[in-house]
Write a protein that binds this ligand. Structure first.
Ligand SMILES: [Fe+2]
Length: 124
């Protein structure tokens, strides 16, 4: 599956030092606007066949810019340790990713990369 191939290449790039640290928030009530606007928001919808997972960027209505200078480059999804897929964005794209997966009791992890502010993660 082509999603998986791109995904592995990008992970290697990250492991070589392009992005070192994964940011996440501990408590949404005390998070700063800077943290809120970078954090992936994971919405799960139950389907007869599994789950639809929609990932957007930003919590509490605080959205991230998407401009030439500052934008979300990609969103990735993991279910447990398993990479599910990746969506890549340019400055003109809305950073929204929708994935359909089989039913699973594993943790869902979404990661997003900001071109200026690094890698951000959320788990449900
Ligand atoms: Fe940013």
């Amino acid at each position: 599956m082509s999603d998986s191939v791109e995904f592995e290449n990008a992970v290697t790039e990250i492991n070589e030092g392009v992005v070192q640290e994964v940011h996440s928030i501990e408590d949404i009530d005390t998070a700063s606007d800077f943290e809120l606007k970078h954090t992936p928001k994971i919405d799960l919808e139950e389907l007869a066949s599994g789950q639809r997972i929609k990932v957007t960027i930003g919590l509490k209505g605080i959205t991230h810019p998407q401009t030439e200078e500052h934008f979300i480059e990609w969103i990735r999804l993991f279910v447990g340790p398993e990479p599910i897929g990746e969506r890549v964005f340019g400055p003109a794209d809305e950073p929204v990713a929708v994935f359909e997966i089989e039913r699973s009791s594993e943790q869902v992890i979404a990661q997003a990369l900001c071109n200026l502010h690094g890698l951000w993660e959320a788990r449900v």
